[in-house]
Design a protein around this ligand. Structure first.
Ligand SMILES: [Zn+2]
Length: 436
């Protein structure tokens, strides 16, 4: 979750900077005299400098003076930064970006009592593009648009953008396979990835990559951003409130050289063969991004449906694709529900939503939700998740993933009853006793 927190902090910062910039006068009348002043807001990259120019007009903006003329008439200008840890400003008005953020820069003349201010936004230095081509990266390269930067390889497909950190070997038709998973999922769930509340066109290649950390700028795009990273802590999917993206950590993606260079991982029992992708994990995470684009639902439903569809998609694709088939062999789904489910308690268990269990246990809510999906598919046909999600959306549910009041839980359970009948949980309980 640490990326989410960082992202939220950056988002708030960016919003604040935007709000401040919006209210900063381009032409201010702060001077106590009849003069008007101009000091423009600027953006500067970390470690870079930009010269600010104070301009003064005595005839209401018809003509302006600056530089030596201004100095002659009003004396030396004193420059001041509101936060030197973000940006400094020299005695000559040269501003230097120190770290990401926004500061107010004030200029004051020695004579005439003229003051003016502007806002300076400091951004990270954009990644440099290295046109020499992929280094350790293997991609099918047929339909995708590749850009290699010094920090990432960027691949753009129909519905996704893929960012891959250096030193990861992507086996086979990795980018193409993501497209296949997404298409198949859309078909199975009956929903599309562009079902966004407020979709906007997003210039991924320029906006997304115009930063050392592209995730700072990700929000409200149509395409699903997928990030494959070398990070042994942040495993799996990282959702946040207003934007849905996927961070995938998969140890199998790294080369044996990589693993052998990490002492604590060298002899790890769970280390699978390098070059093998867990497409099931990818499909699971991609199900989240698909359903979250419509509405948030309970943990049992969201993890259960991701487990169910993730597995179904790979099973379907494995029929005529060797890469998926190989990945499927390595997929194990052997978790137990751990609770005796009956016709009497099924609804109560769903209401409880396993909130007393730690999510990190990765168990009960996944497999119970998966069985529930199996039951719904058998009894109501393939579009059960679509119908449920649309009903939840229609009901005006406004809870957030992982944060449910009792009222939220009741509302989500009632949506199930509305779509599949009042006795849906009782029937599921009976099905469970018989089948599981
Ligand atoms: Zn999940």
């Amino acid at each position: 979750m640490k990326r989410t927190k960082l992202f939220t902090a950056l988002l708030i910062l960016a919003l604040l900077a935007g709000i401040m910039a919006a209210f900063a006068p381009q032409v201010s009348a702060e001077a106590k005299s009849s003069y008007i002043t101009s000091l423009k807001d600027v953006k500067v990259n970390e470690g870079k400098t930009k010269k600010l120019t104070l301009k003064v007009s005595k005839d209401n903006g018809l003509t302006w003076i600056s530089g030596s003329k201004l100095k002659k008439e009003f004396g030396k200008i004193t420059w001041k930064s509101s936060d030197k840890s973000i940006a400094t400003v020299s005695s000559k008005g040269k501003v230097k970006g120190i770290s990401c953020g926004s500061v107010k820069i004030t200029a004051k003349t020695k004579k005439g009592g003229i003051t003016a201010s502007c806002y300076v936004t400091v951004r990270k230095t954009p990644a440099k593009y290295d046109k020499s081509g992929p280094k350790k990266l293997t991609l099918s390269g047929k339909t995708e648009d590749h850009v290699i930067t010094d920090s990432y390889c960027y691949v753009e497909g129909d519905k996704f953008v893929l960012l891959v950190e250096p030193d990861i070997d992507l086996p086979g038709d990795f980018a193409k396979n993501i497209g296949l998973i997404m298409d198949t999922l859309e078909e199975m769930v009956g929903l599309t990835y562009d079902g966004w509340e407020n979709p906007r066109t997003f210039d991924y290649k320029n906006e997304f990559l115009a930063s050392a950390d592209p995730w700072e700028g990700v929000s409200f795009g149509m395409k699903v951003p997928i990030y494959i990273e070398v990070d042994r802590e942040d495993a799996g999917y990282i959702p946040s409130a207003n934007e849905q993206y996927v961070t995938i950590f998969d140890y199998a993606l790294f080369s044996m050289d990589f693993w052998n260079s990490v002492p604590s991982y060298r002899d790890n029992a769970w280390r699978r063969g390098s070059g093998l992708v867990s497409y099931y994990t990818l499909a699971h995470e991609l199900t989240h991004t698909l359903t979250d684009r419509y509405t948030y639902v309970s943990r049992t439903t969201t993890e259960g449906s991701a487990t169910y569809f993730g597995y179904e998609v790979i099973k379907t694709l494995a029929k005529d694709n060797a890469e998926f088939a190989k990945s499927l062999e390595e997929t194990w789904l052997d978790t137990e529900v751990g609770i005796e489910i009956t016709a009497e308690n099924a609804e109560a268990v769903f209401l409880d939503d396993f909130s007393t269990l730690s999510h990190a246990d990765r168990g009960a809510e996944y497999v119970l939700g998966q069985y529930f999906c199996e039951y719904l598919a058998e009894s109501y046909g393939p579009n059960f998740m679509r119908d449920y999600l649309l009903e939840v959306k229609k009901s005006g549910f406004d809870g957030l993933y992982g944060v449910y009041t009792d009222k939220d839980k009741q509302q989500l359970v009632d949506c199930y009853k509305k779509v599949f009948g009042k006795k849906v949980f009782e029937k599921f309980g009976k099905w469970y006793v018989k089948n599981k």
